[in-house]
Design a protein around this ligand. Sequence first.
Ligand code: NDP
Length: 327
Amino acid sequence: MYKASKNRYQTMNYRRCGRSGLKLPEISLGLWHNFGQAATEQNARDMLTAAFDLGVTHFDLANNYGPPPGSAEAMFGRILRSDLAPYRDEMVISSKAGYDMWPGPYGDFGSRKYLIASCDASLRRTGLEYFDVFYHHRPDPDTPLEETMGALDRIVRSGKALYAGISNYGPEEAAAAFGVLRELGTPCLIHQPSYSMLNRGAERSLFDVCRQNGAGVICFSPLAKGLLTGRYLEGIPSDSRAAGDSPFLDAGQITPELLQKLRALNGIASRRGQTLAQMALSWVLRQPAVTSVLIGASRVSQIEDCVKASGAAGFTDGELAEIEKLL
Ligand code: NDP
């Protein structure tokens, strides 16, 4: 039986999530990859327990994580029951619905019908009594926002989740969603956008909209799915995401120009005494709107590496200018 480290709260920093009572670790762990049916359960267990021992209290799921969809929630549920259950009150566990999940007209996008049924199914798969955060995973252009936000409000009021979140909403869509949720009396806890050195759209106005509305921000794929790490600097390892069958990271994306940029960034990281992954996370965490970075991992050593970004030194103006020029 796993017994959590006594030192688990000694190194991680926790940030308040927007204007809420909840704090999140600066580094959170997502289960999108490496927790599906093809994953080794022992490795998954080792990653979850190692992360928890290092102060990572937040674990992020979605109905469709796997493959196949649902299998990451099922694996997480098994590991929770066997090892982490005694620590449930020390964990913030999230799930989402919004992408294609089951056949027919009721298993996708943003209807009340889909969101409430999917939350129930996610609770069954994980064996949880409630999620800490339940998200709408992406905006739905065809369903009235009042219906989708009403479903999140309902999920919270019925005790199936403690807080509501949105993900992949643009600034205007997010502002509208924040307004509806506020009126319903269930203020939006958090927005989950994509943001990294290689994907900076959220800087334009999304961060400001979140701050003005008191919502926290957790940035997904802060390592650009592994590109912003040492992983590809010397070629494409056979056990990497780019070499695998993930449709979300193609080896063709790793061009000589990108590699040149990554190597230059790696040089700056070395001067700062960081790995490239750590510097990429520190760079995201420099944004005042950001509560947490949501990393993925395929092995324990990556988590051990990434958590060291928490509490790392800030950037000098010179470093920021140098990075800006490269990006
Ligand atoms: P990252 O950008 O953090 O990429 C993770 C990958 O980077 C790992 O799988 C690993 O690659 C590599 N890596 C991580 N740490 C290190 C390290 N220290 N050194 C070397 N390589 C490292 O994030 P993900 O794209 O995995 O997304 C993270 C989470 O964000 C997801 O699990 C999910 O929870 C959430 N997410 C949400 C989305 C949404 O629509 N809301 C969409 C996408 C993600 P390798 O596997 O090759 O070893």
